[in-house]
Ligand binder design. Structure first.
Ligand SMILES: [Zn+2]
Length: 103
């Protein structure tokens, strides 16, 4: 039985192909992009976006909590797109292998 991951946990986001998260300050609009791998190293894989947003402090103006969203995967032609696609194809193939059992 596969372990259930929190839907918005860093581990689940990474597993479904996301690699970066964007933080944005509600007051000064300051923006920072962080790698999900680094965030997992710092806060653990079970950390959810909601808690990241709650804990974040703007390093520019000092406001507590901020907007957090997942950076979309690289588009065709952008760096990292091929790696993203290889990962996505592998994930869908695994899923199809599992789904065939229900025929
Ligand atoms: Zn700010």
């Amino acid at each position: 039985m596969q372990q259930r991951l929190g839907y918005y946990s860093l581990e689940m986001l990474y597993h479904t192909g996301s690699r970066e998260v964007e933080f944005r300050c509600f007051r000064c609009k300051w923006r920072r992009v962080a790698k999900i791998e680094n965030l997992m190293g710092k806060y653990g894989p079970a950390m959810e976006l909601y808690d990241l947003a709650r804990r974040a402090t703007c390093t520019k103006c000092g406001r507590d909590s901020c907007w957090v969203q997942v950076v979309p995967p690289p588009a065709p032609g952008e760096p990292g797109h091929e790696e993203y696609m290889r990962h996505a194809v592998k994930r869908y193939e695994d899923w199809l292998g599992y789904a065939r059992r229900f025929r």
